[in-house]
Ligand binder design. Structure first.
Ligand SMILES: [Zn+2]
Length: 224
């Protein structure tokens, strides 16, 4: 009898004190009501980009935040420490950015920027696919990662000038003809975790245009 009461009490306490969860950026204990899985401190220190979408080569471009220490921590934890659950929260930030810009109903399909296969195999996943999958769910649309292929590996972009970046990425992507129909006549949202000079986005856009989409927009999580 006493033991049963103990179990009941445990259950009750379990309801009052749910399992602790941790801020996805600094690891502080938070509760599940916190937006994006961030603690109050981290959410305040993220540098949110509230500027309206800009135009890059006829491509509407949205960025959620600037690439500061907090944003970098999230991207690094996702990419290099395998914390895949961060992708869901990044997708939530993208969704809110799109709602804020009144663009959440403008797109039919999401195409994430692909990684070179060998890199993806080594990491075990492509973070942009994960983010794209979650964002598509949030917006009630599809994510079609197969449509873009990365056919050539690039050297690291760090330290390169804008022109060197463009040269480095040129010819890196190809259209997968088997999936070209999926984007023909549709509004495509290209998605990447990171934005610097726009060289990657422009190159992807060029390739996607071969399939005859109605339009192409671009969203990145963090921008330099
Ligand atoms: Zn935090």
């Amino acid at each position: 009898m006493i033991r049963d009461l103990g179990i009941a009490a445990d259950r009750l306490l379990g309801l009052i004190y749910p399992d602790p969860i941790y801020c996805i950026c600094c690891g502080n204990i938070i509760d599940e009501t916190r937006t994006y899985g961030l603690c109050d401190h981290c959410v305040r220190h993220m540098v949110w980009d509230t500027s309206p979408p800009s135009d890059i080569d006829g491509m509407e471009t949205m960025r959620c935040c600037q690439y500061g220490i907090y944003e970098r921590t999230l991207i690094f934890s996702l990419k290099y420490n395998g914390k895949r659950y961060i992708a869901r929260h990044i997708a939530e930030m993208m969704r809110d950015k799109m709602i804020h810009e009144n663009r959440d109903r403008n797109y039919d399909i999401i195409v994430p920027v692909p990684l070179y296969k060998r890199k993806e195999r080594k990491r075990g996943f492509n973070q942009t696919f994960l983010i794209g999958k979650y964002l598509a769910k949030e917006l009630g649309i599809e994510c079609v990662p197969e449509v873009l292929m990365r056919v050539r590996e690039t050297r690291p972009m760090r330290g390169l000038s804008p022109q060197e970046r463009a040269e480095n990425i040129a010819g890196c992507f190809a259209l997968n003809e088997n999936f070209a129909d999926e984007i023909c006549g549709r509004n495509v949202l290209l998605l990447d975790d990171f934005y610097t000079t726009g060289a990657t986005a422009k190159e992807c856009r060029k390739v996607l245009m071969q399939a005859g989409p109605a339009g192409i927009g671009f969203i990145a999580f963090a921008a330099k």
